[in-house]
Design a protein around this ligand. Sequence first.
Ligand SMILES: NC(=O)C1=CN([C@@H]2O[C@H](COP(=O)(O)OP(=O)(O)OC[C@H]3O[C@@H](n4cnc5c(N)ncnc54)[C@H](OP(=O)(O)O)[C@@H]3O)[C@@H](O)[C@H]2O)C=CC1
Ligand SMILES: O=C(O)C1=N[C@H](C(=O)O)C[C@H](O)C1
Length: 269
Amino acid sequence: MTTLNIAITGSSGRMGRALLEAVARTPDMRLSAALEREGSPYLKKDAGELIGAPCNITITDDVSAALPGSDVLIDFTRPEGTLAHLAVCRTLGVKMVIGTTGFSTQQKEDLKAASRDISIVFAPNMSVGVNVTFKLLEVAAKVLNEGYDIEIIEAHHRHKIDAPSGTALHMGEVVAQALGRNLSEVAVYGREGNTGERAPATIGFATVRGGDIVGDHTVLFAGTGERIEISHKAGSRATFAEGALRAARFLADKQSGLFDMQDVLGLRG
Ligand SMILES: NC(=O)C1=CN([C@@H]2O[C@H](COP(=O)(O)OP(=O)(O)OC[C@H]3O[C@@H](n4cnc5c(N)ncnc54)[C@H](OP(=O)(O)O)[C@@H]3O)[C@@H](O)[C@H]2O)C=CC1
Ligand SMILES: O=C(O)C1=N[C@H](C(=O)O)C[C@H](O)C1
Protein backbone atom coordinates (compact mmCIF):
# COMPACT_ATOMS: atom_id res chain seq x y z
CA MET A 1 0.00 0.00 0.00
CA THR A 2 1.41 3.40 -1.00
CA THR A 3 0.99 6.06 1.65
CA LEU A 4 -0.10 9.55 0.51
CA ASN A 5 1.42 12.45 2.45
CA ILE A 6 -1.28 15.03 3.07
CA ALA A 7 -0.80 18.66 4.09
CA ILE A 8 -3.77 20.63 5.43
CA THR A 9 -4.21 24.41 5.48
CA GLY A 10 -6.63 26.22 7.78
CA SER A 11 -6.12 23.30 10.18
CA SER A 12 -8.05 24.88 13.05
CA GLY A 13 -11.05 25.83 10.90
CA ARG A 14 -14.28 23.84 10.70
CA MET A 15 -13.14 21.96 7.58
CA GLY A 16 -9.51 21.83 8.76
CA ARG A 17 -10.53 19.84 11.83
CA ALA A 18 -12.83 17.56 9.81
CA LEU A 19 -9.90 16.88 7.46
CA LEU A 20 -7.48 16.14 10.32
CA GLU A 21 -9.99 13.62 11.68
CA ALA A 22 -10.52 12.05 8.25
CA VAL A 23 -6.77 11.66 7.58
CA ALA A 24 -6.27 10.16 11.07
CA ARG A 25 -8.79 7.39 10.32
CA THR A 26 -7.50 6.66 6.78
CA PRO A 27 -4.89 3.86 6.61
CA ASP A 28 -3.29 4.89 3.27
CA MET A 29 -2.80 8.54 4.27
CA ARG A 30 -0.50 10.32 6.65
CA LEU A 31 -0.55 13.92 7.86
CA SER A 32 2.70 15.50 6.64
CA ALA A 33 2.05 19.19 7.41
CA ALA A 34 -0.54 21.33 9.17
CA LEU A 35 -0.75 25.03 8.36
CA GLU A 36 -2.39 28.08 9.82
CA ARG A 37 -2.00 31.71 8.92
CA GLU A 38 0.38 34.16 10.57
CA GLY A 39 -0.80 35.26 14.02
CA SER A 40 -2.98 32.20 14.61
CA PRO A 41 -3.09 31.14 18.29
CA TYR A 42 -2.66 27.54 17.11
CA LEU A 43 0.88 28.02 15.71
CA LYS A 44 3.53 25.77 17.35
CA LYS A 45 0.84 23.47 18.78
CA ASP A 46 0.57 19.78 17.82
CA ALA A 47 -2.12 19.49 15.12
CA GLY A 48 -3.46 16.43 16.91
CA GLU A 49 -4.55 18.61 19.83
CA LEU A 50 -7.27 20.01 17.58
CA ILE A 51 -8.87 16.57 17.35
CA GLY A 52 -7.80 15.10 20.70
CA ALA A 53 -5.20 12.70 19.28
CA PRO A 54 -1.54 13.93 19.28
CA CYS A 55 0.23 13.30 15.95
CA ASN A 56 3.68 14.95 16.19
CA ILE A 57 2.99 17.48 13.44
CA THR A 58 3.49 21.06 14.61
CA ILE A 59 1.19 23.71 13.15
CA THR A 60 3.17 26.30 11.22
CA ASP A 61 2.61 29.38 9.04
CA ASP A 62 5.76 28.72 6.96
CA VAL A 63 4.20 27.17 3.85
CA SER A 64 7.44 26.87 1.85
CA ALA A 65 9.27 25.12 4.68
CA ALA A 66 6.37 22.82 5.56
CA LEU A 67 5.38 21.51 2.13
CA PRO A 68 8.43 19.56 0.86
CA GLY A 69 7.59 15.91 1.58
CA SER A 70 3.86 16.39 0.98
CA ASP A 71 2.13 14.85 -2.05
CA VAL A 72 -1.11 16.82 -1.85
CA LEU A 73 -2.15 20.01 -0.06
CA ILE A 74 -5.83 20.13 0.88
CA ASP A 75 -7.06 23.70 1.16
CA PHE A 76 -10.40 24.90 2.57
CA THR A 77 -9.62 28.48 3.60
CA ARG A 78 -10.42 31.77 1.80
CA PRO A 79 -9.70 32.70 -1.83
CA GLU A 80 -6.71 34.94 -0.98
CA GLY A 81 -5.22 32.24 1.28
CA THR A 82 -5.77 29.50 -1.30
CA LEU A 83 -4.05 31.57 -4.01
CA ALA A 84 -1.04 32.22 -1.77
CA HIS A 85 -0.78 28.48 -1.02
CA LEU A 86 -1.24 27.72 -4.73
CA ALA A 87 1.81 29.82 -5.64
CA VAL A 88 4.01 27.78 -3.29
CA CYS A 89 2.54 24.45 -4.46
CA ARG A 90 3.21 25.43 -8.06
CA THR A 91 6.85 26.18 -7.27
CA LEU A 92 7.36 22.98 -5.26
CA GLY A 93 5.28 20.67 -7.49
CA VAL A 94 2.78 19.78 -4.75
CA LYS A 95 -0.72 18.80 -5.98
CA MET A 96 -3.82 20.53 -4.56
CA VAL A 97 -7.37 19.71 -3.57
CA ILE A 98 -9.23 23.02 -3.26
CA GLY A 99 -12.61 23.28 -1.53
CA THR A 100 -12.59 27.01 -0.85
CA THR A 101 -15.54 28.93 -2.33
CA GLY A 102 -16.10 32.59 -3.20
CA PHE A 103 -13.47 33.02 -5.95
CA SER A 104 -13.81 35.81 -8.51
CA THR A 105 -13.66 34.99 -12.22
CA GLN A 106 -10.06 36.24 -12.38
CA GLN A 107 -9.07 34.14 -9.36
CA LYS A 108 -10.53 31.05 -11.07
CA GLU A 109 -8.40 31.87 -14.12
CA ASP A 110 -5.34 31.92 -11.81
CA LEU A 111 -6.21 28.40 -10.62
CA LYS A 112 -6.54 27.25 -14.21
CA ALA A 113 -3.16 28.72 -15.10
CA ALA A 114 -1.46 26.93 -12.20
CA SER A 115 -2.97 23.62 -13.33
CA ARG A 116 -0.61 23.71 -16.31
CA ASP A 117 2.16 22.84 -13.82
CA ILE A 118 0.43 20.88 -11.06
CA SER A 119 -2.70 18.74 -10.88
CA ILE A 120 -5.64 20.26 -8.99
CA VAL A 121 -9.11 19.12 -7.96
CA PHE A 122 -11.26 22.21 -7.43
CA ALA A 123 -14.91 21.75 -6.43
CA PRO A 124 -17.42 23.82 -4.44
CA ASN A 125 -18.76 20.67 -2.80
CA MET A 126 -16.81 17.46 -2.25
CA SER A 127 -19.71 15.32 -1.04
CA VAL A 128 -20.69 12.37 -3.22
CA GLY A 129 -24.39 13.16 -2.67
CA VAL A 130 -24.13 16.71 -3.95
CA ASN A 131 -22.21 15.60 -7.01
CA VAL A 132 -24.88 13.02 -7.83
CA THR A 133 -27.44 15.81 -7.29
CA PHE A 134 -25.68 17.86 -10.00
CA LYS A 135 -26.36 14.98 -12.43
CA LEU A 136 -30.01 14.71 -11.34
CA LEU A 137 -30.41 18.44 -11.92
CA GLU A 138 -29.04 18.15 -15.43
CA VAL A 139 -31.58 15.44 -16.27
CA ALA A 140 -34.47 17.30 -14.59
CA ALA A 141 -33.69 20.63 -16.26
CA LYS A 142 -33.55 19.05 -19.72
CA VAL A 143 -37.01 17.51 -19.28
CA LEU A 144 -38.60 20.44 -17.41
CA ASN A 145 -37.33 22.92 -19.98
CA GLU A 146 -40.62 24.83 -20.44
CA GLY A 147 -43.29 25.98 -18.03
CA TYR A 148 -41.23 25.44 -14.87
CA ASP A 149 -39.76 28.30 -12.84
CA ILE A 150 -36.40 27.45 -11.28
CA GLU A 151 -35.41 28.69 -7.82
CA ILE A 152 -32.35 27.62 -5.81
CA ILE A 153 -32.56 27.82 -2.02
CA GLU A 154 -29.55 27.24 0.22
CA ALA A 155 -29.09 27.35 4.00
CA HIS A 156 -25.83 27.43 5.98
CA HIS A 157 -24.48 28.16 9.46
CA ARG A 158 -24.23 31.71 10.82
CA HIS A 159 -20.43 31.89 10.24
CA LYS A 160 -20.49 31.47 6.46
CA ILE A 161 -19.16 34.58 4.73
CA ASP A 162 -19.99 34.04 1.03
CA ALA A 163 -23.44 33.98 -0.58
CA PRO A 164 -24.93 32.30 -2.44
CA SER A 165 -22.89 29.21 -1.57
CA GLY A 166 -20.44 27.89 -4.15
CA THR A 167 -22.64 24.81 -4.43
CA ALA A 168 -25.80 26.85 -5.12
CA LEU A 169 -23.98 28.82 -7.81
CA HIS A 170 -22.74 25.61 -9.41
CA MET A 171 -26.28 24.18 -9.32
CA GLY A 172 -27.34 27.32 -11.16
CA GLU A 173 -24.61 26.79 -13.74
CA VAL A 174 -25.55 23.13 -14.27
CA VAL A 175 -29.24 23.98 -14.76
CA ALA A 176 -28.52 27.02 -16.96
CA GLN A 177 -26.18 25.00 -19.17
CA ALA A 178 -28.72 22.18 -19.53
CA LEU A 179 -31.29 24.77 -20.66
CA GLY A 180 -28.92 26.63 -23.00
CA ARG A 181 -29.05 29.77 -20.83
CA ASN A 182 -26.19 31.93 -19.59
CA LEU A 183 -26.34 32.08 -15.78
CA SER A 184 -24.83 35.56 -15.62
CA GLU A 185 -27.75 36.83 -17.76
CA VAL A 186 -30.60 35.00 -16.00
CA ALA A 187 -29.59 34.85 -12.32
CA VAL A 188 -31.68 36.82 -9.80
CA TYR A 189 -29.98 37.08 -6.40
CA GLY A 190 -32.80 37.83 -3.95
CA ARG A 191 -35.91 39.97 -4.36
CA GLU A 192 -37.29 42.96 -2.50
CA GLY A 193 -39.96 45.59 -3.04
CA ASN A 194 -42.08 45.95 -6.19
CA THR A 195 -40.29 43.35 -8.29
CA GLY A 196 -42.92 42.90 -10.99
CA GLU A 197 -43.86 39.46 -12.29
CA ARG A 198 -41.27 36.75 -12.51
CA ALA A 199 -39.52 36.58 -15.89
CA PRO A 200 -39.82 32.96 -17.12
CA ALA A 201 -36.17 32.33 -18.00
CA THR A 202 -34.72 33.60 -14.74
CA ILE A 203 -33.05 31.37 -12.16
CA GLY A 204 -33.60 32.72 -8.65
CA PHE A 205 -31.36 32.29 -5.61
CA ALA A 206 -32.42 32.56 -1.96
CA THR A 207 -29.95 32.43 0.92
CA VAL A 208 -30.64 31.46 4.53
CA ARG A 209 -28.00 31.84 7.29
CA GLY A 210 -28.44 30.56 10.82
CA GLY A 211 -27.24 28.41 13.70
CA ASP A 212 -25.07 25.43 12.87
CA ILE A 213 -26.67 24.28 9.60
CA VAL A 214 -23.91 22.34 7.82
CA GLY A 215 -25.29 22.86 4.30
CA ASP A 216 -28.74 22.43 2.73
CA HIS A 217 -29.49 22.94 -0.97
CA THR A 218 -32.81 22.68 -2.80
CA VAL A 219 -33.57 23.33 -6.44
CA LEU A 220 -37.27 23.97 -6.99
CA PHE A 221 -38.92 23.49 -10.38
CA ALA A 222 -42.31 25.16 -9.96
CA GLY A 223 -44.82 24.40 -12.71
CA THR A 224 -48.59 24.63 -13.06
CA GLY A 225 -50.28 22.23 -10.68
CA GLU A 226 -47.04 20.64 -9.48
CA ARG A 227 -43.65 21.30 -7.94
CA ILE A 228 -40.50 19.21 -8.10
CA GLU A 229 -37.83 19.73 -5.43
CA ILE A 230 -34.38 18.18 -5.63
CA SER A 231 -32.65 18.54 -2.26
CA HIS A 232 -29.42 17.62 -0.56
CA LYS A 233 -28.80 18.10 3.15
CA ALA A 234 -25.39 17.62 4.72
CA GLY A 235 -25.50 16.54 8.37
CA SER A 236 -21.74 16.45 9.00
CA ARG A 237 -18.59 17.95 7.50
CA ALA A 238 -17.14 14.42 7.38
CA THR A 239 -18.88 14.00 4.01
CA PHE A 240 -16.88 16.91 2.52
CA ALA A 241 -13.64 15.71 4.14
CA GLU A 242 -14.04 12.13 2.87
CA GLY A 243 -14.67 13.51 -0.63
CA ALA A 244 -11.52 15.63 -0.39
CA LEU A 245 -9.44 12.57 0.52
CA ARG A 246 -10.95 10.70 -2.43
CA ALA A 247 -9.89 13.65 -4.60
CA ALA A 248 -6.35 13.50 -3.20
CA ARG A 249 -6.13 9.80 -4.08
CA PHE A 250 -7.42 10.57 -7.60
CA LEU A 251 -4.53 13.01 -8.11
CA ALA A 252 -1.87 10.42 -7.28
CA ASP A 253 -1.18 9.60 -10.96
CA LYS A 254 -1.97 13.04 -12.45
CA GLN A 255 0.94 15.42 -13.02
CA SER A 256 -1.09 18.43 -14.23
CA GLY A 257 -4.61 19.51 -15.11
CA LEU A 258 -7.70 21.01 -13.51
CA PHE A 259 -10.32 18.48 -12.35
CA ASP A 260 -13.50 18.53 -10.29
CA MET A 261 -15.48 15.95 -8.31
CA GLN A 262 -17.32 14.84 -11.46
CA ASP A 263 -13.93 13.61 -12.71
CA VAL A 264 -13.05 12.06 -9.34
CA LEU A 265 -16.36 10.17 -9.14
CA GLY A 266 -16.46 9.17 -12.84
CA LEU A 267 -19.65 11.21 -13.41
CA ARG A 268 -18.35 13.36 -16.29
CA GLY A 269 -20.32 13.19 -19.55
N1 LIG B 1 -15.89 22.25 -1.22
C1 LIG B 1 -16.53 21.80 -0.14
O1 LIG B 1 -16.97 20.62 -0.07
C2 LIG B 1 -16.68 22.70 1.03
C3 LIG B 1 -16.21 23.97 0.98
N2 LIG B 1 -16.21 24.77 2.08
C4 LIG B 1 -15.54 26.05 1.95
O2 LIG B 1 -14.29 25.95 2.65
C5 LIG B 1 -13.93 27.23 3.13
C6 LIG B 1 -13.61 27.15 4.63
O3 LIG B 1 -14.78 26.83 5.34
P1 LIG B 1 -14.75 26.62 6.93
O4 LIG B 1 -13.79 25.55 7.29
O5 LIG B 1 -16.16 26.51 7.36
O6 LIG B 1 -14.16 28.04 7.40
P2 LIG B 1 -13.42 28.41 8.77
O7 LIG B 1 -13.52 29.88 8.92
O8 LIG B 1 -13.93 27.54 9.87
O9 LIG B 1 -11.89 27.99 8.51
C7 LIG B 1 -11.07 28.67 7.60
C8 LIG B 1 -9.64 28.43 8.00
O10 LIG B 1 -8.80 29.07 7.04
C9 LIG B 1 -7.96 30.02 7.71
N3 LIG B 1 -7.75 31.18 6.86
C10 LIG B 1 -8.60 32.22 6.63
N4 LIG B 1 -8.05 33.10 5.80
C11 LIG B 1 -6.82 32.63 5.52
C12 LIG B 1 -5.76 33.13 4.71
N5 LIG B 1 -5.86 34.28 4.04
N6 LIG B 1 -4.63 32.40 4.63
C13 LIG B 1 -4.53 31.24 5.30
N7 LIG B 1 -5.49 30.71 6.07
C14 LIG B 1 -6.63 31.41 6.18
C15 LIG B 1 -8.72 30.38 8.97
O11 LIG B 1 -7.83 30.93 9.92
P3 LIG B 1 -8.40 31.99 11.00
O12 LIG B 1 -9.27 31.20 11.93
O13 LIG B 1 -7.15 32.54 11.62
O14 LIG B 1 -9.19 33.01 10.22
C16 LIG B 1 -9.30 29.02 9.36
O15 LIG B 1 -8.36 28.22 10.01
C17 LIG B 1 -15.08 28.18 2.77
O16 LIG B 1 -14.78 28.83 1.54
C18 LIG B 1 -16.26 27.22 2.56
O17 LIG B 1 -17.25 27.74 1.72
C19 LIG B 1 -16.71 24.34 3.28
C20 LIG B 1 -17.22 23.09 3.40
C21 LIG B 1 -17.28 22.16 2.28
O1 LIG C 1 -19.15 27.19 4.05
C1 LIG C 1 -19.65 26.04 4.17
O2 LIG C 1 -19.87 25.55 5.30
C2 LIG C 1 -19.92 25.26 2.97
N1 LIG C 1 -19.54 25.76 1.83
C3 LIG C 1 -19.64 25.14 0.56
C4 LIG C 1 -20.36 26.03 -0.43
O3 LIG C 1 -20.22 27.27 -0.38
O4 LIG C 1 -21.07 25.52 -1.30
C5 LIG C 1 -20.11 23.72 0.59
C6 LIG C 1 -20.95 23.32 1.75
O5 LIG C 1 -22.29 23.53 1.46
C7 LIG C 1 -20.54 23.93 3.07
